[in-house]
Write a protein that binds this ligand. Sequence first.
Ligand code: XIL
Length: 349
Amino acid sequence: MPKNRLRLVGALTAALVAVTAPSAQGLAEHRPHKPQTLADLAQRHGRYFGSATDNPELVDEPYKKILGKEFDQITPGNGMKWYATEPEQGVFDFSQGDEIVDLARAHHQKVRGHTLVWHSQLPDWLTSREWTAPELRKVLKKHIQTEVRHYRGKVFAWDVVNEAFNEDGTYRETVFYNTLGPGYIADALRWAHEADPRVKLYLNDYNIESVGPKSDAYYKLAKQLRAQGVPLHGIGLQAHLALQYGYPTTLEDNLRRFDRLGLDTALTEVDIRMYVPADEEKLATQAQWYADLTKACLAVRRCVGITIWDYTDKYSWIPAFFDGEGAALPWDEELRPKPAYYAIRKALS
Ligand code: XIL
């Protein structure tokens, strides 16, 4: 083709494209493509977006479908707790945790281990008798190391000690604290590290989203432990929020001070409950809070990800534990996304 004809064709083509080419947005709408998930959106920020799940729910196929698709991180809600994993002294049962790890693997999701040392959901054999310090030390070390070894390479993080402090920042008087003293926390971390030197080790608690006496206690302890070379890698903020208590406006500052200690942070058990019935206004506030906490995590470099404490109101723990409250999660009881879901997407976009 002669040069000027070529140029003409070029110009015509450009004009045609200008007239008919859909906008980038239009293109995205028309091209058959997989809609982006919360996980996809979070990954663009180098974060994960996860959900807790629990073994009894895994027979619910529509539930499982969303769980496998929308999230890139899973936490077992109960299956890795002491009562489930060591129901008799020295007899270990990892079947429930394994079921969830297998499901997560099938969907390329990573798993947070939850939890090794906690005053709640302990087996009867442990709570129904007295222990001397040397006895309990042995029991604790064996429990931690057997479980951490079992899940080595399968979980990327452990909530090693859960809920160690009271609201006023004093140590919670658990069987571990009362028998072993505050050093049980450092010991637990060291034992876990010995059993899996690569896994990230966290302390995890609720009501530590704001700067205040309880989060100060973690800050102080974390600083001490780091100075002593104890293997602590992160602080988990459960973030079980409730509309009636107000949004924790110092969350971002709080995350940042742990970041400055060189620690990872994670929002590990997020839900935002309200008195039921829900209404449009409450759901709008809830959506705003979900967006705000998502943005707070994105704003702090070492906030590694967000986990909601299951994703649907169908399986939320809230109604059974908080009288008259519920509707805490981004999907409703019929597995339909609520305003909170869209608000999270927007915050991640
Ligand atoms: C809850 C589970 O979701 C319930 O199914 C169970 O009956 C009680 O525990 N903080 C934690 C979680 O660290 O382990 C708790 O999970 C919720 C509060």
